[in-house]
Unconditional design. Structure first.
Ligand SMILES: *[C@@H]1O[C@H](CO)[C@@H](O)[C@H](O)[C@H]1NC(C)=O
Ligand SMILES: *[C@@H]1O[C@H](CO)[C@@H](O)[C@H](O)[C@H]1NC(C)=O
Ligand SMILES: *[C@@H]1O[C@H](CO)[C@@H](O)[C@H](O)[C@H]1NC(C)=O
Ligand SMILES: *[C@@H]1O[C@H](CO)[C@@H](O)[C@H](O)[C@H]1NC(C)=O
Ligand SMILES: *[C@@H]1O[C@H](CO)[C@@H](O)[C@H](O)[C@H]1NC(C)=O
Ligand SMILES: *[C@@H]1O[C@H](CO)[C@@H](O)[C@H](O)[C@H]1NC(C)=O
Length: 417
């Protein structure tokens, strides 16, 4: 018979075992390990109430692989967008899926141009580090994740795809998985329902529907029906929606040869009444979300592509920041900057892992994260992170794009050289 102490020790040991970082595909958990973790790993649902300039809660829901017009033509997407602000110039960053998800957490895709098993080194910081500077509770909800912090490639491990690791931003980082607690903040939809019921929803969350509901293995109609049943109850839920901003967007366009513009809209209690049913044609990328979260809550920058990204207008207006306009003529944003996670060989690149900026002004205006400044102290930033468009002069990715703005009556024009 277990005494209370031995039972606690036993459960504790399993919880720790599940938190060990998986760094190669040979280490995927076995069916027995999954069952043991399901029985023992406790999801962690911290709460906080840090006031933001434009919203007090942010949720982003990502759908998959669809061109802008295809989504606009779906009746459920169109109907929901009318309840908020439609963002008509929101761009994904590259192809295929995984680099877009990774970039949403770390401000760079590190050359990733594939959906492989990746585990990024511990010296790469993410939005989790930004939130932790002010103890802003964060979490992820991944549909069909078998237990909190599961690190396998997919689940179920065979048969039709439901949960996939490549759509789970924070699980990709050692700085998350090496921690004893953080993996338990990466939860599934069952826990979402429980967190909602018990009012322990975090202030920031990333929501990934399964491969059926996110259109990946189906089509836009299925994703529209999913959103049509998932989002409206959240909007009606005063606890969830009060002062909340919900972003619905796509990881990337479906056709790789067209501009990587994705249908995106903001709904929720933080959308001012007079802006409901309007459009916003500001240029945004997935990096704009990191920058906007920082500006909203007074958090530092990661010093990567979030540094120069345009801010959501709702936030920019509160901070007095002037966003950049861009020349859309040759703007595709469908290629990946070179880097260590590419299928191509960039081993001659020095440094292989790009250095972030450690000084200078970023759009959010709150400096650069301390651990980034310490880790990369004295190293030259690899790219020009002050640009709202990610680009690389050496390889020619996204170069030759003009961007401009007028600040205090003075016009500024630059080009991604
Ligand atoms: C969701 O996660 C919980 C807690 O980690 C686990 O007990 C449960 O079995 C999971 N639910 C599904 C549907 O996988
Ligand atoms: C995805 O989730 C829905 C419920 O939201 C379920 O009906 C469907 O079977 C799931 N897809 C897979 C492949 O398990
Ligand atoms: C999506 O698939 C369903 C069933 O397979 C079909 O009825 C629907 O027309 C499809 N939607 C589009 C936009 O092709
Ligand atoms: C993708 O876009 C290109 C460029 O507009 C077009 O030529 C091609 O037909 C498109 N492919 C599909 C499958 O629609
Ligand atoms: C990006 O789009 C351009 C223009 O259609 C096309 O030539 C190029 O192959 C695309 N890049 C990728 C990686 O698909
Ligand atoms: C970050 O980690 C990578 C991989 O371990 C390593 O190659 C690189 O030198 C590290 N960068 C710094 C600045 O420590």
């Amino acid at each position: 018979m277990f005494t209370k102490q031995t039972l606690t020790a036993f459960v504790g040991a399993l919880a720790l075992a599940s938190a060990k970082t998986i760094s190669t595909s040979d280490e995927y958990p076995t069916a027995a390990e999954i069952a043991a973790s399901q029985a023992s790993v406790l999801p962690y649902s911290p709460v906080s109430n840090v006031k933001g300039l434009a919203f007090n809660r942010f949720a982003q829901i990502w759908i998959e692989n669809t061109d802008y017009q295809t989504a606009a033509d779906d009746k459920n997407f169109a109907k929901l967008a009318k309840e908020g602000i439609l963002l008509t110039n929101y761009f994904a960053l590259t192809h295929p899926s995984e680099p877009n998800y990774a970039a949403s957490a770390a401000g760079d895709a590190f050359g990733m141009d594939n959906d492989d098993f990746h585990q990024l080194p511990s010296n790469i910081s993410t939005i989790a580090d930004l939130f932790d500077t002010k103890k802003i509770a964060w979490g992820e909800y991944q549909e069909d994740l078998p237990y909190a912090g599961y690190q396998g490639y997919r689940y179920p491990e065979s048969g039709s795809n439901a949960y996939v690791r490549k759509h789970n931003p924070l699980i990709l980082f050692d700085s998350v998985t090496n921690d004893a607690v953080r993996p338990r903040q990466i939860k599934n939809f069952t826990t979402f329902e429980e967190d909602l019921k018990h009012e322990r929803i975090p202030q920031y969350m990333f929501i990934t529907p399964n491969m059926t509901n996110d259109a990946h293995d189906t089509n836009i109609t299925v994703a529209g029906e999913f959103l049509g049943s998932f989002v409206p109850p959240l909007l009606k839920n005063e606890y969830f929606s009060k002062d909340a901003l919900i972003l619905v967007t796509f990881d990337e366009s479906g056709n790789y040869s067209v501009p990587n513009r994705v249908y995106s809209f903001l709904v929720g209690g933080a959308v001012p009444e007079h802006l409901k049913g309007t459009t916003d044609d500001t240029f945004y990328t997935h990096y704009s979300i990191i920058a906007s979260l920082s500006a909203n809550w007074g958090l530092p920058s990661l010093g990567r592509w979030d540094c120069g990204a345009n801010l959501l207008k709702l936030v920019a207006e509160k901070t007095g920041y002037t966003n950049w306009n861009v020349d859309y003529d040759n703007l595709y944003i469908n290629e990946t900057n070179p880097g260590p996670l590419s299928d191509g060989d960039y081993s001659t690149y020095e440094p292989l892992w790009p250095n972030p900026a450690t000084s200078g002004k970023c759009t959010a205006g709150h400096g650069i994260l301390d651990v980034v400044k310490r880790t990369y102290h004295g190293l030259k930033a690899t790219f020009d992170y002050s640009s709202p468009i990610p680009y690389d002069a050496k390889s020619g990715t996204n170069t030759g794009i003009k961007y401009f703005r007028t600040v205090k009556g003075k016009k500024e024009t630059r080009t991604t050289a």
